[in-house]
Write a protein that binds this ligand. Sequence first.
Ligand SMILES: [Zn+2]
Length: 305
Amino acid sequence: MIPDFEVTILGNTSSIPVHGRHHTAQLVRFGQDFLLLDCGEAMQLQARAFKVKVSKINHIFISHLHGDHYYGLIGLLSSYSLAKRTTPLTIFGPRGLDEIITTNFRYSNTKLPYPLHFVETCDDGLNLLLEDKLYKVYSFPLNHRIPTTGFLIREKQGLRSMIKEKLQESKVPLAAIQTLRSGRDFTDQNGKIYKVKEYTHPLPALRTYAYCSDTIFNPELKQYLKNVDLLYHESTFMDDNAERAATTFHCTAKQAAEVAKVGKVKKLLLGHFSSRYLHLEPLLDEAKSVFPNSILSEEGQSYSI
Ligand SMILES: [Zn+2]
């Protein structure tokens, strides 16, 4: 069975939370695993509104230390403490985040009842952060005003499934089944060859999600976007504010679409909208003029990957 792989948007606004939109936070679900990408200040309320069980989150990834991407983190960690969580939690984030957390809890005299691990991210190249039996999470560098990384969640190659008719047709030894399912041909002691191609179904395409939180326009991101099914890319401004986008190290919707286009991703999800825009359709129109398979992220919506 193919595990569910989806992202739920909990917040998609930049700078000031207005127009019913909230600071960046999103939840990626892979099968039974829940990964939190960034944790803006309203994350807990949003999770409650959209019936997301925060207790299931065991890994949190923070892209950078601008407040609109992590001011909800101390609150979430405190709530886990009040809920008497005992499950270990790992936070991946830039240098300094562990100090911010430790300082907060030192001055509030908070003793966490659960083990909290911190893994420092590095904004240099592609780095493997987490490997599960079903997926891997990598960080990759974004070009913003302070050290920032995006995150890539790639499905791993699973075992092949056997063709039932073939199994019924001939008695296939158990050792052969194990070898074939792992993708290798098998030769028995009489020299009979069991070929992967003949005995197993082709593997389904592996799915990948890419998250680009805050970045200046950078088509070179394409090197990290190979075979990406869904790309969330910040699109803070419209094209008439391209200059402002560049000076603040952000992107326009059109530039996000350019990245999607050169990266040859399948679908683009726009987010991190400036508070100056009440209506977002014009941003979508600009993106679509470059990359037709673009959509606006909507808080509370889940997008299948
Ligand atoms: Zn930022």
